[in-house]
Every structure is written in structure tokens, then in C-alpha cells.
Design a protein around this ligand. Structure first.
Ligand SMILES: *[C@@H]1O[C@H](CO)[C@@H](O)[C@H](O)[C@H]1NC(C)=O
Length: 481
């Protein structure tokens, strides 16, 4: 008995060491992978994949293992992978379940992505590189083809009584969002009855099993807004790892309250305002300078949010603008604002897909090659990783500099963004720096000097500027320092 107790406390101590907390995630930078589309086991760069076909294209966990060096070279310190559970099989009017959001059996793995050993090998490979792994989980619903739902094939909830009665979501009504069903007549998404204590306990036990069996460091909570907030409070406490939820809303007042129940959320308000502001020369820079501050004011801790510009549900940046300078501004916007950066696979290769499913192209035709955006992401991660907590724990202060220029002063760094486009010359006065300090634009290694009032006059050429005091860069390797 005593030995057993020792063993149990040893195992829980071990689990504690492995699981990563919110504050450990704060300093990380995440590369988001859609497993089916990132890399194949055979290393092919020619295997066909038309995202509009909505079929499995052959990406696997082994494929990810083989391309981890590509991810790490860009300075990312964590990956987020697609849901891992077994999916509804075969074709539907909306294609195959290659994305992983149509669960059939929670406990079984999606064999298209590999075996149990492959997933364990992936986690080990990630950990051996000092990186974290986040897994996307779907607690809100299961999936079934057609109108006549065969509950008996769903695991572990194989009877109708485990689900809410069928109704269609009215997105203007939070109770309806929580109790009704997503999906449509072609692929039904039976909505788990997450008020039922048995269902709740089963979902928590499953997630504890997932995290401990596969040594998962963090979770991405799909459709978090579709389950009552109080469910997530108990859930995130008991699963014991950092949880970042999806509440798809541009409204700080809708998103922020959820942080009382989980560690962080995707920062949709900042993403949406930045997309509108930075992808066209008449974008609203005033809104971009205002929304981040509103998020700071309304949310508990925006430094634990996920900062992103692309994901599997939204048009790629390169579908909205082909201007390389604007794309670089959106790259800076993905990495340097408050929060944990999340870069959707292929953003660094300027993939051009617009809405789902076009935004889910295979990455292998790019051959994971170097280019200007890859260098930009590498540099930005290098800077953020080097500065560490002196950067990630302080809040950015945003200002509208002119109709086409905003600045963000965060810790020692002054970021200047513009939507003017490549080659357009724009003068700007940036204020609030230390008097007479020597600064380096880490994007170009060009040096500038502040005047006695802490002001610097700069001329942008469409590219973003990331101004750092020269004194803090020594030892960073940036600009040869
Ligand atoms: C909101 O949705 C709930 C659950 O479907 C429903 O009972 C209620 O009547 C709806 N309220 C309004 C104002 O439509």
C-alpha cells in the first residue's frame, strides 16, 4: 500500500514536471499545423493536394517529425497540431474530415495521421528539441453523416441522451450558442450535453488521459464559446495544462470574460482590426491603435492570449494583399504584440488561399524553402526569444502616428507599422524614447539616434520598423551584435 502511494505521488509529480503552465507558455512562440497539410511521411514535394477537393492529402505525425528542424530554425518554440481523434469516415457533401473537427471516437486516433507510437514519437521529438506541443481538442460536439444520426457508432457518448436536443444556433443568443447544434443537414454535429455531470466528467477524464498518455503541454479548445463558461473553469483546473480557447468574436466585451474560466483565448479583436488596417492602404489605422489597449483594459491578462493573423478559418494574408511590405507588417503583427505568437503553417511561405477550404493548401510544394518572409519570422522570433520576460510580461502602448502609421512601444522595443505599401516613402516622428539613445532597426540593421526629447525622425519605405536600443542587443546575434 505504502509503495503504491509512493508510486502514485511519484507519477503525479512527474506529470506536474511535464505539464506546462500558463506562465511557461507566455514566452513561447507557436507554429500552428494542420496535420493533413503540413508534411508527408514520404517527404514528397509533388503529391497533389487541391484544398477545394476537401480530401485527405497525406500529411502525418511522422511528416511533422521530419520537418521540426524547419520550424525550429525559424525560432518557434512550440507547435499546435490538429485534433488527433478518430473521425467520421468517408466522403460527405462537405468533404472528408481531414481537418479533425468531426470526431467519431474520442479515444481512438485518426489513423490517417499515424499510429499511437507515431504520436508518442512526435511528442518526444518536440520535447527533445526543447519545444512544447499543443493539441487541438473538440469537446463541444461529435459528427455524423446525414440527417439520420447513428449515435451507436459514437464513442464514448453512444446514445442520444448524452446530447442536447437538435436545434440550430442563433448566433445572437448565447444560450442558443451553448445548447444548439453547429453544422448543417449534410454533416450533423451532435452537441454534447455539457450540463450533464456524467458527460462533463467523461470529457475531463478523456482529456486527462490524453495529456498524461501523450505528454501534451497545452490544449487549444475548439468552439469554446459553444459550451457554458463554468464548464471550462473546472475543466482547465483539472486537466492541469495551459488552455487557449477559441471564442470567435471581434468584441473585447464578449471575449474577455472567458479569461475568468481558462488561461487565454485567441486574440480575435486585435487580429481582425489588424487585418482591416494593414492589408490595404486605406485600412483603418486608428482602430488598430485603439483595440489592443481596449483588450488590455477589459481582459485579465492579454499576455496569455494567442496573437495571430492567420488560421485555418480565415483568409490568408497573401490572399488579401500581394505587397511584400504589407505582408512583413502582418508578420510583425503576428509576433511582437502582447500575447503568445501563433503563426499558421504556410504564412511564412505566403500561401494565398482565401476562405476555408482554400486556406488549407499543402505546404510541401514550397519545399520548406527560405524566402524573405521566413527570414522575417526568424528574426522576429529571435528578438522576442532573446528579450524574454523583459518583453513578454509588459504591455504594449499603441499610438496613431498618422493615417498610415501606428507605433507600439513595448518594453524596450518601439515597433512602427505602416499600410502604405512597398516603396512608398513616409516620414514619421516617433516619440517617447530615451533622450539621446542609439537605436537599431533590427529589420535592416540601420542605426538612428534620438534627440534630447526622446524623439526620432524616421522615413519608412513601406516595411515595418522594429527599433531597439543598441545597448540591449549585445549577445543577441542580431545585426552582428
Ligand atoms: C435563446 O435560446 C434559447 C435556447 O435555444 C431559447 O430557449 C430562448 O428562447 C432564446 N431566446 C431568445 C430571446 O430568442
Amino acid at each position: 500500500m505504502y509503495i503504491l502511494l509512493l508510486l502514485v505521488s511519484f507519477l503525479s509529480a512527474l506529470q506536474y514536471c511535464v505539464a506546462a503552465t500558463a506562465s511557461e507558455w507566455r514566452g513561447r512562440s507557436i507554429y500552428q499545423i494542420m496535420t493533413d497539410r503540413f508534411a508527408r511521411s514520404d517527404g514528397s514535394s509533388t503529391a497533389p493536394c487541391d484544398p477545394n477537393d476537401r480530401v485527405y492529402c497525406g500529411g502525418t505525425w511522422i511528416g511533422i517529425i521530419n520537418q521540426l528542424p524547419y520550424i525550429q530554425r525559424m525560432g518557434f518554440t512550440a507547435i499546435w497540431i490538429s485534433p488527433v481523434s478518430e473521425q467520421l469516415s468517408g466522403n460527405t457533401y462537405e468533404g472528408y474530415a481531414y481537418h479533425g473537427y468531426w470526431t467519431k471516437d474520442l479515444y481512438a486516433l485518426n489513423s490517417n495521421f499515424g499510429t499511437e507510437q507515431d504520436l508518442k514519437d512526435l511528442v518526444d521529438a518536440v520535447h527533445n528539441l526543447g519545444m512544447y506541443i499543443m493539441v487541438d481538442i473538440v469537446m463541444n460536439h461529435f459528427a455524423n453523416k446525414g440527417e439520420h444520426i447513428d449515435y451507436s457508432v459514437l464513442r464514448p457518448f453512444n446514445e442520444q441522451r448524452f446530447y442536447h436536443p437538435l436545434c440550430n444556433i442563433d448566433w445572437g443568443n448565447q444560450s442558443s450558442i451553448e445548447h444548439c447544434w453547429m453544422g448543417n443537414g449534410y454533416v450533423a454535429l451532435p452537441d454534447c450535453n455539457t450540463e450533464d455531470p456524467y458527460v462533463v466528467e467523461t470529457l475531463i477524464q478523456y482529456t486527462i488521459y490524453l495529456v498524461s498518455t501523450f505528454k501534451i503541454d497545452g490544449l487549444r479548445l475548439d468552439a469554446a464559446r459553444n459550451i457554458r463558461k463554468s464548464f471550462w473553469a473546472d475543466f482547465s483546473k483539472r486537466v492541469g495544462v495551459y488552455c487557449q480557447g477559441e471564442v470567435w468574436s471581434g468584441e473585447p466585451d464578449i471575449i474577455c470574460p472567458y479569461q475568468g474560466y481558462m488561461d487565454g483565448l485567441h486574440n480575435y479583436p486585435v487580429k481582425e482590426s489588424a487585418t482591416r488596417a494593414l492589408t490595404t492602404s486605406n485600412g483603418n489605422m486608428g482602430e488598430l491603435s485603439y483595440i489592443p489597449g481596449k483588450m488590455q483594459e477589459r481582459c485579465k491578462d492579454v499576455t496569455l492570449f494567442g496573437t495571430f493573423m492567420e488560421n485555418h478559418d480565415n483568409p490568408r494574408m497573401a490572399s488579401l494583399t500581394t505587397d511584400m511590405s504589407r505582408l512583413k507588417n502582418t508578420a510583425v503583427m503576428s509576433i511582437l504584440p502582447d500575447g503568445i505568437p501563433i503563426v499558421f503553417y504556410g504564412q511564412e511561405q505566403a500561401l494565398t488561399g482565401a476562405n476555408d477550404p482554400a486556406n488549407r493548401q499543402a505546404l510541401w510544394p514550397t519545399r520548406y524553402s527560405d524566402n524573405e518572409l521566413v527570414s522575417t519570422f526568424t528574426l522576429l522570433n529571435q528578438l522576442r526569444n532573446f528579450l524574454g520576460e523583459s518583453y513578454t510580461t509588459v504591455l504594449g502602448r499603441w499610438s496613431l502616428v498618422s493615417n498610415s502609421v501606428v507605433s507600439m512601444h513595448k518594453g524596450p522595443v518601439m515597433v512602427v507599422l505602416t499600410n502604405s505599401g512597398k516603396g512608398v516613402s513616409t516620414d514619421a516622428d516617433i516619440v517617447g524614447l530615451d533622450a539621446y539613445s542609439d537605436l537599431v532597426d533590427v529589420m535592416t540593421c540601420q542605426e538612428v539616434r534620438c534627440d534630447g526629447t526622446g524623439k526620432v525622425k524616421i522615413t519608412l519605405n513601406g516595411d515595418p520598423m522594429v527599433l531597439c536600443p543598441k545597448s540591449i542587443l549585445s549577445g543577441s546575434g542580431i545585426c552582428g551584435m
